[in-house]
Design a protein around this ligand. Structure first.
Ligand SMILES: Nc1ncnc2c1ncn2[C@@H]1O[C@H](COP(=O)(O)OP(=O)(O)OP(=O)(O)O)[C@@H](O)[C@H]1O
Length: 340
């Protein structure tokens, strides 16, 4: 389900007519600012400590990027905040109230955690089903479709939607209750550059113009650098840094990691790790090696008889800082078939 449904049914205690008068998309004079507070959240799955005593806050009227490498615990944190996962310890509150205790959760929080739709159902019908379940007026479906730019495609089967259209439909679903808080898990995944541009502008509008609290998770610093006002960086389930992009930038120093591409990436990562380098895959199929020089990486590859297709130093100070903060907190998975 694209948004946390458990509390959404709380709407059924009210009538659709009540809600019709309460929902004013765009202006929403009755929607006050809601601050999100995460305090001491922890969660283990067997021996894996997915989230470890994590605390941070998310402010209204701004976009907060929830940043961390794959497996850092972002989704688990969001699921706990939305009452979809029981924490071992700690709390997450919306305006001081846990999700499960919100009187009208769909009105307070809209979330996109994963995008699953009935393929035979039109986007519009998908939204109308949610409206019915949440006790919202069916007309909300057309309003949110227009908001996300899907007005023309609303009557087509969602199964035929592109990934970008599905992301927009998920966002529309999250907006149905005109919530004060939006929680979006990797909403830019799979979007083309135009879609990313649109998403960025839309999230800014929701936060800056409409005063909503927007929390967006991502494992890409570059994306968050251009979208978020503040970032919360996690690694191995723990908070590594919280602050504005400007604060982060002012703390960024030094040269970037060495980026290396090889058709034998898995083997190369093993060789470099064995030689004591800190390695992590980047998003372009390369390996990023921290705190060294291209010459040192090239020498290791040469000694191991490995072929290189690219070898250079990356120079973004912020990238370097992010890499340094989260290095070694991601499992390196060699791509299929990359092992010699
Ligand atoms: N239901 C589960 N059972 C067992 N382990 C889990 C479960 N959910 C998450 N984990 C583990 O907890 C850790 C954190 O996972 P999580 O999905 O929260 O990270 P993430 O930062 O969202 O990463 P990604 O960007 O890859 O989704 C990982 O090691 C993951 O394998």
């Amino acid at each position: 389900m694209p948004w946390g449904p458990p509390g959404a049914l709380g709407w059924s205690r009210r009538t659709a007519d009540d809600e019709e008068s309460a929902i004013h998309p765009g202006s929403s004079p009755d929607r006050g600012p809601v601050r999100v507070e995460v305090r001491g959240l922890s969660k283990s799955f067997g021996a894996v400590r997915a989230v470890d005593d994590l605390s941070f806050s998310v402010e209204p009227g701004s976009i907060t990027g929830f940043l961390g490498p794959n497996g850092a615990g972002k989704t688990t944190t969001l699921r706990m905040a939305l009452g979809l996962e029981q924490p071992d310890a700690g709390t997450a509150t919306f305006g001081g109230v846990p999700y499960a205790a919100l009187p009208a959760p769909v009105r307070t929080v809209g979330a996109v955690l994963e995008t699953a739709f009935h393929p035979a159902r039109s986007g519009r019908n998908h939204l109308r089903v949610y409206c019915r379940a949440a006790g919202l007026p069916p007309g909300r479906a057309d309003e949110v479709l227009a908001q996300v730019g899907l007005a023309d495609a609303g009557r087509r089967r969602a199964g035929g939607y592109s990934l970008g259209m599905r992301q927009r439909l998920a966002l529309a679903t999250a907006l149905l209750g005109d919530p004060a808080v939006l929680v979006l898990d990797e909403p830019a995944n799979g979007l083309d550059p135009e879609g990313i541009q649109w998403l960025r502008g839309f999230l800014r509008h929701l936060a800056h113009d409409e005063g909503r609290t927007v929390l967006v998770s991502s494992h890409l610093l570059a994306e968050m650098e251009q979208t978020a006002d503040r970032v919360v960086i996690v690694g191995a389930g723990r908070l590594v840094r919280e602050g504005s992009i400007a604060e982060l930038r002012s703390g960024a120093q030094g040269s970037g990691p060495v980026l290396v591409r090889s058709p034998q990436a898995g083997r190369l990562a093993e060789v470099l790790s064995a030689a004591g380098f800190s390695v992590a895959p980047d998003d372009d199929g390369r390996i990023a090696v921290a705190g060294t020089t291209p010459a040192a990486v090239g020498a290791q590859a040469f000694r191991a008889g490995l072929e290189l297709h690219e070898l250079r130093a990356e120079s973004s100070g912020l990238e370097e800082l992010y890499f340094r903060l989260t290095a070694g907190q991601e499992q390196y998975a060699a791509p299929e078939g990359s092992r010699p």
